[in-house]
Design a protein around this ligand. Structure first.
Ligand code: DGY
Length: 339
């Protein structure tokens, strides 16, 4: 473990642990204000190192690879004032456990919406038009001539897009779909106000109908007990054999074995995954043997600008929590009730 550059001036400064090197926009303010230790490896801290590193900390800046649960909170100690997650998703954190202890948890909503929607869109296009296969075809010296039947796929324009989870990111995907003249269906826990639907020309339908009618299905739900393996064998079976499934949400939302079955027996045209279960996907995972399954390494928010904004936001949450102020973006605002 490396000691961050700001470790020197300990006295009176809050002790924090930063679980990975994050962009300067986030790291600089933390190092300036805190006695900070930064985990400098590319890989996340192994559990034992993580638990050792957080002992006695006033604040922690975690990533989606770090599990924050009762064991973590016990080891950190009662002085822990804030958990700031460098992600919009927070399924790595036992939020009720933090709330029970009065510890606010911050995340980074909003700043990665457009960048994530861009990647979802890139995956829709790449899977439909078979870009990774085309690239492999060229590099394998198989491109001999223009071929009338070569690498055919479905059109994206004028097709039907089904968006599962119509929050910020789902709506940003819908905005892009409008430019492609798509019919937009969505499903969420509840129907959105008519103004929101009208803004995208989107129609709320039950999940079964969405899956049955859509040419492209893009997943944008949080990972919760209800959405874990949402796309199981039965629901994948409701999709058209010509359809494409895109997942930029969380890996466990899709049952990988059921997806393999669907893709390998022609139950689906293709899948494009930014997230897998587990992560990283093991190299011997059968999904990686399929030409019609595109996998990228959880990079939906990976633009330089967005990662910088996520860093600034995570730092702002951390520093506010250390000062005892309300976090700019708390995921458990109920900790402030009655304060
Ligand atoms: C998140 O923020 O939840 C993404 O998965 C990583 O940017």
């Amino acid at each position: 473990m490396g000691d961050g550059a700001g470790t020197g001036a300990g006295a009176g400064r809050p002790r924090v642990f930063v679980a990975r090197v994050i962009p300067e926009d986030g790291l600089a303010p933390v190092l300036a204000a805190c006695d900070a230790r930064v985990w400098e490896d590319e890989l996340p801290p192994p559990r034992a190192d993580l638990l050792r590193a957080i002992e006695g900390c006033d604040g922690v800046l975690t990533l989606l690879t770090d599990r924050v649960d009762d064991e973590f909170l016990d080891r950190a100690g009662p002085q822990l004032k804030v958990v700031s997650n460098y992600a919009v998703g927070f399924d790595n954190i036992d939020v009720p456990a933090c709330t029970r202890r009065g510890i606010p948890v911050g995340n980074t909503p909003g700043v990665l919406t457009e960048t994530t929607a861009d990647l979802a869109w890139a995956l829709i296009m790449a899977a439909a038009r078979r870009l990774p296969e085309g690239d492999r075809y060229v590099r394998a010296s198989r491109w001999k001539t223009w071929g009338p039947m070569l690498l055919l796929g479905p059109d994206v324009y004028d097709a039907t897009l089904g968006i599962v989870g119509f929050g910020r990111i789902g709506q940003a995907v819908a905005r892009r779909a409008m430019g492609f003249g798509m019919t937009i269906l969505y499903h969420d826990v509840s129907q959105l106000p008519v103004e929101v639907e009208a803004a995208y020309g989107a129609t709320f339908v039950p999940l079964e109908e969405l899956l049955a009618r859509s040419d492209f299905v893009s997943l944008h739900v949080n990972l919760t007990p209800e959405t874990r393996q949402l796309m199981n064998a039965e629901r994948l079976g409701w999709m058209k054999p010509s359809a494409v499934l895109v997942n930029t949400s969380r890996g466990p939302v899709v049952d990988p074995r059921a997806l393999y079955d669907a893709l390998s027996r022609g139950g689906l045209f293709a899948a494009a995954l930014d997230v897998t279960d587990p992560e990283p996907i093991p190299l011997d995972d059968p999904l990686l043997t399929l030409d019609n399954c595109l996998v990228v390494p959880h990079i939906a928010s990976a633009s330089r600008a967005t990662r910088g904004k996520m860093g600034a936001m995570a730092a702002a949450n951390l520093l506010a929590g250390l000062r005892g102020e309300r976090l700019p973006t708390p995921v458990n605002p109920e900790v402030y009730e009655g304060r």
